[in-house]
Design a protein around this ligand. Sequence first.
Ligand code: KG4
Ligand code: ZN
Length: 342
Amino acid sequence: MRNQDAVILGIETSCDETSAAVVVNGRQVLSNVISSQIEIHKEYGGVVPEIASRKHVECINFVIRQALQDANLTFQQVDAIAVTYGPGLVGALLVGLSAAKGLAYALHKPLIGVHHIEGHMSANYLSHPGLVPPFLCLVASGGHSHIVKVTAYGSYEILGQTRDDAAGEAFDKIARGLGLGYPGGPAIDREARKGDSGAISFPKTKFAGSLDFSFSGIKTAVLNYMHNQQQKGIDISIPDICASFQQTVVEMLVSNTLQAAVQENIQTICLAGGVAANSGLRKAFTERCEAAGYQFYCPELILCTDNAAMIASAGYYRYLDGDVKSLDLNASPGLKLGKNRA
Ligand code: KG4
Ligand code: ZN
């Protein structure tokens, strides 16, 4: 019988945030330290993998120590170490994984491997202590756009996913085209609040008989619109472009997720991933779920983007399940959801 009040140290380094957190019983965050590299990568317009790995190496030990200090705990008081081992940038993943393996070995504690997307979904357990499976979760981040049926803790069924770009990727690429910098999501969200979402009509992609997404069409349509207007010497309105683009993406995400809810007969819907921080998306889901009589949950903003508390929460349920990894666990940049059992 495993300890229900287990203290999990979570570690996350899959992209450009070095993070460590301490979470008790999968639900209560004692600390969540996030060292962001955004300011460094901004200069290059996106994440430079080699720089990300090096920065993780510089920060990881400090971040882990700070997480324990903030939680007022010693290493010995931790029950297990949970770490993201995929998907993500291989060099970045290896830094967190090596730190986790070193700690697990030195402290004789179990090593728990967590899928990054499973972590994002688990952020909802931290913000909503009463939430239990089954539920549907729309995961929209810089690398993923998935509709997932969470049938039980650690048990997932993918109902739909993007066939090309992820939603966050479309935000980032359009922001770059508009000269709004990196990361694009927050910048577009800000501009969109000042614009008219009905000003420009951009195409929505929908596949018959499928819950899959595609965002490369709208990305090209927005960039083409900008270039055409500029060639004609017509001034473009950045707020109108952002508002119209965001509204179209939000509609695609909401409509497929609600269709999945009807199809699966599930009345509880959650959001997760960096794009879940989008104010238009949160508002649309809140309104549409209320109208349909569905329960709707999304993590607080700091838990939407990459952080280690969500990894510790996901790790807790794997720990309860006895899903412990051996110390030869390797980073898996293309790890598939649901394929990460020991
Ligand atoms: O989950 P996350 O931190 O990292 C990945 O796992 O990819 O997500 C980052 C993505 C970026 O594409 C970023 O532009 C997007 O989330 N994002 C947003 C917002 N905040 C972050 N997209 C739309 N609106 C936002 N407010
Ligand atoms: Zn992420």
